[in-house]
Design a protein around this ligand. Structure first.
Ligand code: SF4
Length: 298
């Protein structure tokens, strides 16, 4: 049986203007990167986006907001999006990605229809101060723990290619293993002259080693290739699936345009890969995927 790929999509529902200084992120207001700035995308527009992506087989739909964390207003907005989406669309796994969050707000999101929370550790604890000075790695870890305590599924991963060494990568993966997320988003840094980080694009070989290492440390997590897929791998993406990737972002990324969904589906087919059907994907996450992650933590 051919390997089946999980399809996830992102909606940047509140973009840019972030007060934080994460030096890899184009949404920080401190860097002149020209990304669109808006607060709170209209709910009907988000539902329309989700319906469109569902036609291509999307299972997970992630609502992303820029900014340090989840305040009352943002929490209400995400809850209303979740209720609207769940009312209109069947067989969809909703993920919220809104930065630092306390337990009560995460419990509220869970009650409103959010299934998982995405919060990346980004890099190793011992390297974090070199890429961000306005918040701490420990805060990030705490939010991930809060998501688990709120009984949400956890998606947590990181970004490779920020100047960190292999020791930092191993340190990050050990921390992730402690959290045991059901999904680990893997990002590769995309060089941008307006960002403070001056690292070159990672080589295909090094990126594959990052994927293999992630698979070794997180054998049960779904490894999702996110930012940097096209930049690093170009037209030849089969090798990343051979190395352990089993989920992709369908459609656009936060601030960069992705492949067209049709082109991605054609690519998967040409590699002999299948796609997890939505109903099964949702029940896998509600049952097996989350259960395995919980068992790993116990
Ligand atoms: S907190 Fe999030 S949105 Fe803000 S700069 Fe950091 S990564 Fe970007």
């Amino acid at each position: 049986m051919s390997k089946e790929i999980f399809l996830c999509s992102i909606s940047n529902v509140s973009s840019g203007g972030c007060s934080e200084d994460c030096s890899y992120c184009t949404q920080s207001a401190r860097y002149d990167t020209g990304v669109p700035r808006y607060k709170y995308k209209d709910i009907q527009e988000v539902i329309k986006e989700a319906k469109e992506l569902k036609k291509y087989g999307m299972v997970g739909f992630c609502l992303v907001t820029s900014g340090r964390g989840l305040d009352e207003k943002k929490c209400e907005y995400i809850a209303s999006l979740a209720m609207g989406l769940k009312k209109e669309i069947l067989d969809i796994h909703l993920i919220a990605c809104c930065g630092r969050a306390d337990l009560d707000k995460l419990k509220y999101l869970k009650k409103s229809g959010i299934d998982s929370y995405n919060h990346n550790l980004e890099t190793a604890q011992s390297f974090f101060s070199q890429i961000c000075t306005t918040h701490t790695w420990e805060e990030r870890f705490e939010t991930c723990e809060n998501a688990l305590r709120a009984d949400l599924g956890l998606c947590s991963g990181g970004i490779f290619g920020l100047g960190e060494g292999w020791n930092h990568r191993i340190e990050l993966l050990k921390a992730l293993r402690e959290l045991s997320p059901h999904s680990m988003p893997i990002n590769f840094f995309i060089p941008n002259p307006n960002l403070p980080i001056k690292q070159e694009k990672m080589s295909v070989q090094e990126a594959l080693e990052c994927i293999t290492l992630s698979r070794e440390y997180l054998p049960h997590a779904r490894l999702m290739i996110a930012g940097g897929r096209e930049v690093v791998f170009g037209e030849n993406q089969k090798c990343m699936f051979d190395s352990g990737i089993d989920a992709i972002v369908l459609g656009n990324y936060l601030t960069t345009t992705g492949e067209s969904p049709k082109r991605d589906l054609d690519m998967l087919k040409s590699y002999g890969l299948g796609v997890i059907e939505a109903k099964r994907g949702v029940s896998m996450l509600e049952g097996y995927g989350l259960k395995i992650a919980k068992e790993c933590r116990e």
